[in-house]
Design a protein around this ligand. Structure first.
Ligand code: FAD
Ligand code: PYC
Length: 417
């Protein structure tokens, strides 16, 4: 695809204070009917719309977002991308996503700043070590790049880490996925929105979906703040609000909605060039291209819908970071925030048909769905287009909570639950 902006047009726009900056996508007024309506304009919803239009030839699609694109977890996450999950089904899905990440900027003709700087998951005790080795070996068997580092190798890779970690949680080793890394979160939403819109997808913002019209067991359309919209098929992709949507459609989900918090520091010169995570001390860290330290916590200890940070979690997360990185003790923090994550009992997602005909569900990514964005949209588009899952997401059905075929990924989630 031909780039839309040259260096000269970037300069011209900079000097004209962006007055003539071309819109990346057009906001649409709702039409009376669409073949497919996607509820939720986060990365997963937008990616679904893009792949439906691009790969399945669906001509009439709308993405309906109650706020602004990426204003949910897509714009609130700490952007870690990796595919080192334990079980075969998860490994296949997340690795498919990682392969899509590797070509995403080219595919969308939009720089999502995907940076394969590596992701380390630390081990602090014998149990951690055993689990780490188990997962490294499982990953290798699935053809996923994965390495075990001993403590000294961790120190060589991350010189600013203190292996004693205050004495309480010494670093004994780590898993490393070198192809993992980070991406620019809102660029992912914008890139998918622009590419989907260019394929004719209507993007409708500030339009909450308040209900579904269901007749004879099949969805017929959505009730929105901007009126009723008829739909051939509807995909729910609303992350922390999936249970609310399911309730509107008349069924219940085995999902808990929990706040997950993160924060960033003032910007400093490059000091850490990889991602370091520790499920045991409930903290992880990377450095953004702007220089801010991006730091995250384990999930809050209670269910809730408050998209806010809190002093208690900030304090305990920073205490853990300072034990691992005493060098950061005097840094000032700039911002803190929270997002609502939708956690399934097995810490795996749901990408599935539902008890209502032509109504599909993509949720339950919990603390770890950003990394899955391209793969989730790709597989969900297939599921909607064919009214049947792709083999990549067949195991992630809603039915598994009845059949008992759970896919327990609490360890690989790597964020304390
Ligand atoms: P969202 O981006 O939340 O999109 C859902 C959209 O649905 C929202 O925009 C919302 O406004 C909209 N919506 C809700 N209700 C309605 C309605 N009634 N009508 C219309 N629209 C509606 N994952 C990783 O892989 N790596 C990480 O490093 C990582 N860090 C995280 C850190 C934090 C602090 C948080 C909160 C999450 C993190 N995650 C991470 C998880 C990740 O952010 C999510 O799994 C992922 O972004 C979910 O994407 P989504 O598109 O499904 O959801
Ligand atoms: O899933 O890798 C992850 C993650 C990191 C921070 C939050 N989630």
């Amino acid at each position: 695809m031909k780039p839309r902006y040259s260096v000269f047009s970037l300069l011209r726009n900079a000097f004209s204070y962006h007055e003539n900056w071309q819109q990346a996508w057009q906001s649409a007024a709702p039409k009376p009917r669409y073949d497919v309506v996607i509820v939720g304009g986060g990365g997963h919803g937008l990616a679904t719309a893009y792949y439906l239009a691009k790969l399945h030839g669906v001509k009439s699609i709308a993405v309906i977002e109650r706020g602004w694109l990426g204003g949910g977890n897509t714009g609130r996450n700490t952007t870690i991308v990796r595919s080192n999950y334990l079980w075969d089904q998860s490994a296949a899905l997340y690795e498919h996503a990682l392969k899509l990440w590797e070509g995403l900027s080219q595919d969308l003709n939009y720089n999502v700043m995907f940076s394969q700087r590596g992701v380390l998951n630390l081990a602090h005790n014998q149990h951690d070590l055993r689990e780490t080795l188990r997962r490294v070996n499982a990953n290798l068997l699935n053809g996923i790049d994965s390495e075990f580092l001993n403590a000294q190798q961790v120190k060589e890779m991350v010189p600013v880490i203190d292996l004693r970690a205050g004495g309480r949680y010494p670093v004994l080793g780590a898993s490393l996925q070198r192809r993992g890394g980070t991406a620019r979160h809102d660029a992912v939403a914008w890139g998918y929105a622009r590419a989907a819109n260019a394929l004719g997808v209507d993007i409708i913002q500030e339009c909450p979906v308040n209900g579904f019209r269901i007749e004879n067991g099949k969805v017929k359309g959505v009730e929105t703040a901007k009126g009723y919209i008829e739909a051939g098929k509807v995909g729910i992709v609303t992350a922390g609000h999936s249970s609310v949507m399911a309730n509107m459609a008349g069924f219940r989900l085995p999902v808990q909605s929990v706040p997950l918090q993160a924060l960033v520091s003032e910007p400093v010169k490059p000091v850490i060039d990889t991602v370091v995570m520790s499920g045991a001390v409930h903290a992880y860290i990377s450095q953004s291209d702007k220089g801010e330290l991006v730091i995250g916590a384990g999930v809050d200890g209670y269910i809730g819908y408050g998209q806010r940070g809190s002093m208690q979690v900030t304090e305990e997360t920073l205490a853990a970071i300072c034990e691992l990185f005493p060098l950061f003790r005097r840094m000032r923090m700039l911002r803190q925030w929270g997002g609502i994550v939708d956690v399934c009992p097995d810490a795996s997602p749901i990408l599935s048909k539902t008890p209502v005909g032509n109504l599909y569900l993509n949720c339950g990514w919990g603390t770890g769905g950003f990394k899955a964005t391209p793969g989730s949209g790709w597989a969900f588009a297939h599921t909607i287009a064919h009214d049947a899952p792709h083999e990549l997401n067949a195991a992630f059905s809603l039915d598994r909570f009845r059949s008992g075929f759970l896919i327990d990924e609490h360890g690989a989630a790597a964020v304390a639950h």
